[in-house]
Design a binder for this molecule. Sequence first.
Ligand code: NAD
Ligand code: GLY
Length: 358
Amino acid sequence: MKTLTVDLGDRSYPIFIGQDLLAQKQLVTPYVKAKQVMIVTNETIAPLYLEKTLALFSDFQAEQVILPDGEEYKNLTILNTIFDELLTQRCDRQVTLVALGGGVIGDMTGFAAACYQRGVPFIQIPTTLLSQVDSSVGGKTGVNHPQGKNMIGAFHQPQCVLIDTDTLNTLEPRQLSAGLAEVVKYGLINDVAFFEWLEQNTERLLNLEPEAIAYAVERSCADKANVVAQDEKEKGMRALLNLGHTFGHTIEAGMGYGQVLHGEAVAIGMVLAAKMSHSLGWVNSECVERTEAILQAMHLPTKIPQGVTPDQMLELMQVDKKVQAGKIRLILMKGIGQSLVVDDYPADILKQTLENGF
Ligand code: NAD
Ligand code: GLY
């Protein structure tokens, strides 16, 4: 097992990464404040891992709430079912919420923990690759609004993150690939050595070879923890973690949540970022080709799907959280491993990038 730390002073917390960690109750027990625990999961994950998770918290009074499965349920209405259950079970301010699932469950549970009685602790147990390498770390929580992705939310850090990589064995291949998009993101942002390793180890990752998966999860979490420790509330460099996301969010919202997976949308968005950087003369065509090639090798889409238009995407970009004074800020590239935040670029280049992105 590997333990990493997200270094946030007195709110620092560990990330435990390894196999069979769902059986290691001594890891989580110190992070539960009092007797009550509320496990939040969904109808797909519950039959697979709820029993093990109940055993993990068998020293406590563990309640459960099972949500419907899907990005389209990541909204305020479904969030309310968590509050209903917390109140029905008379949970007090000492209750610890446990997010058992992918990024949707993690984001919703974290947000419920941020709001319930003005804030209670929570633990992340991410079960998709995407949530293990990204969403469970860093304290961004929230839900979608029909007009924009993750528009309602809060920063609320977990007490600890327990990553049992064995849970990936039940994941659909399409979901594994979606998680790999966020792994590639770290290479493209500022870790060229990791990007090269990923190019050479794609097959091992797709085959879920334990050593390769452990390395990819550890390196991704370490890269993310490093950024979060320096810029928890996204005043500056944390925005880099959104490479591909401004484009991607407009595809997710434009197509209707749940149609294109978040990781798939990010993959398309990273290719658009590389292509726009090329149009601006900042990267050569090899950089664009390598970005496309690694994502295609991971069975990810790299083109905007039919069903959303460039004009629709531009309109949706206006409600992105990175918009400041009406300017759409984008994360673009000066090379593999050299991403940067940009808010000054010719508007016609953005439009052309979208028009040529199909
Ligand atoms: P997801 O949570 O929808 O999970 C994908 C699917 O896999 C679901 O059907 C789920 O039920 C199923 N599943 C989960 N674990 C499984 C397992 N072990 N075996 C079999 N099936 C399993 O999607 P995701 O890709 O994990 O997360 C995407 C969400 O994360 C988006 O809402 C996105 O906005 C959010 N996100 C948040 C952050 C952040 O920093 N908070 C970062 C990136 C993404
Ligand atoms: N996934 C973006 C962030 O955590 O900041």
